[in-house]
Design a protein around this ligand. Structure first.
Ligand SMILES: NC(=O)c1ccc[n+]([C@@H]2O[C@H](COP(=O)([O-])OP(=O)(O)OC[C@H]3O[C@@H](n4cnc5c(N)ncnc54)[C@H](O)[C@@H]3O)[C@@H](O)[C@H]2O)c1
Ligand SMILES: O=C(O)C(=O)C[C@@H](O)[C@H](O)[C@H](O)COP(=O)(O)O
Ligand SMILES: [Zn+2]
Length: 366
């Protein structure tokens, strides 16, 4: 077991994100003192992890709430089934929720914790790279609706987050790669050292036991921690910085693609495509240099993520993008780069630029 790293998320209700190998014994310490009952929210597919995990909480009354795997969990009916079970168990405000799973599980479980009795404590134990570097940190929770992704939810910060890299041993390679989508995103918006690491490391060596993967995970968490500490509820940044919206880099198109594909594409894959799209958009709308646009294609492509896409007609995607949370009235807003790690908001780009950027995405490098 290597020494764990602790990253503090310094919001008004600060909490720790603990990262390391074999650190699950820290779970008990992250739960609020006084919790007597714990509801573990976890997908059926991770059943093998459950028994040893529940043993860590052997001195408490443990209730297991099994939810569907992946994106199917992010549904209000699944949340309602969880509320019903918590009611049957008589869960009170001193009890706590623990999530064990990927980002879909932490989003759903966080939402259940946010809404039960108007909010009970939650500790996230993410089991994917993506959930470790992004979904479990920062307190965004929610479910999807037919109109789009994450359209119902709330901000509900965890009491703690435990990232045990040993849990990644069983994670399929495609899921590791998808998680790197959010990591590379952080490289472009805030921490160029991430890009240097990705550009100089053999991507095949980024396995769960790799020190470079650990450094990438820790750097991405640090980016997220700093951003949410400055603008937890996405009300805006200072000095022209987009504030928390910066974490949404590439997400306007990504969410539209996820909806258009009925969530058959991984979130991290859609984010990679969406980041190439906003780079192409920034090149047209405000002259982002071509070498930086191509660096997007190269960095996401190097780790095995898609950088081209033409799976839906532009009008369909545009209609979905209009319900993106960054939109205001009829005006679309995007986070774009002025330069590396210099993000700004682009409000109301022309439809010509939006279309041309989509055409460039379909055609690959231009
Ligand atoms: N709240 C936020 O701030 C935030 C940030 C980023 C992403 N998200 C959300 O996170 C979701 C994506 O998360 P994800 O990529 O983790 O997907 P996911 O939760 O769907 O998990 C991906 C797959 O990996 C499997 N899996 C999980 N852990 C495993 C393990 N240790 N071993 C083997 N298989 C394992 C799951 O069963 C699932 O099939 C999206 O819904 C996205 O919107 C939220
Ligand atoms: O934490 C944030 O803020 C983010 O935007 C992180 C994103 O990676 C994440 O996918 C988030 O769920 C998107 O949120 P939404 O507000 O666009 O639904
Ligand atoms: Zn995301």
């Amino acid at each position: 077991m290597s020494t764990p790293t602790t990253i503090r998320v310094a919001t008004a209700s600060p909490y720790d994100v603990v990262v390391g190998h074999g650190v699950l014994d820290r779970l008990r310490g992250l739960l609020p003192t006084g919790a007597q009952r714990v509801a573990i929210i976890t997908p059926e597919s991770l059943e093998d992890l459950l028994d040893p995990f529940a043993e860590l909480l052997a001195d408490l009354e443990v209730v297991v709430l099994q939810v569907p795997d992946g994106e199917e969990a992010k549904d209000w009916e699944v949340a309602a089934a969880c509320w019903e079970q918590l009611g049957e168990e008589g869960f009170t405000r001193s009890d706590a929720v623990v999530t064990l799973g990927g980002g879909a599980t932490t989003d759903l479980g966080g939402f259940v914790a946010a809404t039960w009795l108007r909010g009970v404590a939650v500790v996230h134990v993410p089991t994917t790279v993506l959930a470790m570097v992004d979904a479990a940190v920062g307190g965004k929770t929610g479910v999807n609706t037919p109109a789009g992704k994450n359209l119902v939810g709330s901000f509900h910060e965890p009491a703690g987050v435990l990232c045990d890299l040993a849990l990644l041993a069983t994670l399929p390679r495609a899921e590791v790669v998808a998680g790197l989508g959010e990591v590379v995103k952080c490289g472009f918006i805030a921490d160029p050292r991430i890009l240097e690491l990705v550009e100089t490391t053999d991507p095949a060596s980024l396995t769960p036991d790799s020190p470079v993967l650990r450094e990438l995970v820790e750097r991405a968490i640090a980016v997220k921690a700093e951003v949410v500490a400055g603008d937890l509820k996405e009300t805006g940044g200072v000095d022209g910085h987009p504030g928390r919206e910066v974490l949404n880099y590439g997400h306007t198109l990504a969410h539209a693609i996820e909806r258009a594909t009925d969530y058959s594409i991984r979130h991290g894959e859609a984010v990679a495509i969406g980041c190439v799209y906003v780079a192409e958009l920034a090149a047209r709308a405000q002259g982002l240099p071509r070498d930086l646009v191509e660096r997007h294609r190269a960095a996401f492509g190097r780790v095995g993520l898609p950088t081209t896409w033409d799976g839906a007609d532009f009008a369909t995607l545009l209609a979905t993008m209009r319900v993106d949370k960054k939109a205001r009235g009829n005006q679309l807003r995007f986070v774009v780069l002025e330069d590396l790690a210099r993000p700004v908001v682009l409000a109301g780009p022309s439809e010509d630029d939006l279309r041309a950027a989509y055409a460039a995405l379909a055609g690959g490098a231009s």
